[in-house]
Design a protein. Structure first.
Length: 282
C-alpha cells in the first residue's frame, strides 16, 4: 500500500491498553518494523502523520491512552483522524477475561472517546464475541448482558455496535474450558435478539466476520471501512473500497496496515482469545 494508508492498531494484540510505551516510541520514531505473522520478511511501516490517513484502534481498555500514558495521546494529536473500537463483552474481571477491568468502568470511556475522536461515528462498541460455555449441566453466556451493554452504548452517544458469535478454533478448545457451540437455530435466535435490542435503542448493528449472523439479517461489518473513513476524514481523502485480501473470507474490512505483532502477547489473558494471550493468573 502507498501512503497515506490506514493503520490498524491492532488485531493482533491490545496496543492501546498494554503497549502504550511501545506505541509512543513508534510514533516518535515516525516508523516501525512489523514482523510478518506468517514468517515472511519484516515490514517497515512509515508512521509520520503525512503517511497516515487514519489510525483505527481496537481495545478492551483505553484507560492508559486516555490518561496520556507515555505521552502517546499527545503524539496522536498530530494525526488527522482516529477511529476507536471499544470491546465490551460484559466479562471483564471474570475467569473469561481475568485482567480486563469491569465492563461498566470500561463503558465510562465511551463518551471521552467520542470527545477525543470529534465525531460519534468514529467510535463503535463491540459486543464481540457472544460466548457460551458449560459449568456442570448449565450453559452460561454473556448474552444476557447485551441489554445493559447496549444501553450504555446508546446513552454515551455511540451509534453502532458490532457483534459476533465465538468461533471455536482448535487453540481455543485446548485451553481447558467446556465450550458450547450454539446450533444454527440458536444462532438465528441470538441474531434476532440482538437486532431487537439495537433497534429499540436506535443503534446500527453489524455482524463482524460472522456469516451466520449475516444470514440471519444483521448487516455485515467492515470494521475498517474505507468509504466511511474517507467520508469522515477532515479533508475527505479517498481510500480503497475493496476487500482487504489479507483478512478472513467473511471479513468485510478494506485495506490497512497492522502494526501489532503476535509476539506482543496480550496480558488480558482472555480464555477465548483468537490471537496470542498471556498466561492466566492462578
Amino acid at each position: 500500500m502507498q501512503p497515506p494508508y490506514v493503520i490498524s492498531c491492532s488485531r493482533r494484540t491490545d496496543v492501546a491498553a498494554c503497549y502504550t510505551d511501545w506505541l509512543a516510541a513508534a510514533l516518535r520514531a515516525g516508523a516501525v518494523d512489523v514482523p510478518s505473522p506468517y514468517g515472511g520478511p519484516v515490514r517497515h511501516v512509515a508512521l509520520a502523520p503525512q503517511d497516515v490517513h487514519s489510525i483505527v484502534f481496537v481495545s478492551k481498555d483505553y484507560g492508559p491512552l486516555l490518561a496520556g500514558a507515555a505521552g502517546a495521546r499527545a503524539l496522536l494529536a498530530a494525526y488527522e483522524q482516529l477511529f476507536f473500537h471499544l470491546t465490551i463483552t460484559g466479562l471483564g474481571g471474570s475467569a473469561m477475561e481475568p485482567r480486563v477491568p469491569p465492563w461498566r468502568d470500561v463503558a465510562a470511556q465511551l463518551r471521552p472517546l467520542i470527545d477525543w475522536a470529534g465525531d460519534a461515528r468514529r467510535v463503535t462498541l463491540r459486543f464481540d464475541p457472544v460466548l457460551h460455555w458449560r459449568e456442570g449441566e448449565a450453559v452460561r453466556s454473556n448474552l444476557p448482558l447485551a441489554e445493559a451493554v447496549f444501553d450504555a452504548a446508546a446513552e454515551s452517544g455511540v451509534r453502532s455496535v458490532r457483534v459476533s458469535i465465538a468461533a471455536l478454533y482448535p487453540k481455543m478448545r485446548r485451553r481447558g474450558y467446556d465450550w458450547y457451540d450454539p446450533t444454527p437455530e440458536e444462532h438465528a435466535a441470538i441474531a434476532a435478539h440482538l437486532q431487537r435490542l439495537a433497534t429499540a435503542r436506535g443503534l446500527e448493528l453489524y455482524a463482524c466476520a460472522d456469516p451466520t449472523l449475516a444470514a440471519a439479517g444483521i448487516r455485515p461489518s467492515s470494521c475498517i471501512d474505507g468509504p466511511l473513513l474517507a467520508e469522515l476524514h477532515p479533508r475527505r481523502l479517498p481510500l480503497p473500497a475493496r476487500k482487504d485480501p489479507g483478512q478472513r473470507p467473511s471479513c468485510g474490512c478494506t485495506p490497512s496496515v497492522d502494526i501489532g505483532s503476535y509476539r506482543m502477547r496480550c496480558p488480558h489473558a482472555c480464555a477465548y482469545c483468537y490471537a496470542a494471550p498471556g498466561r492466566r493468573e492462578t
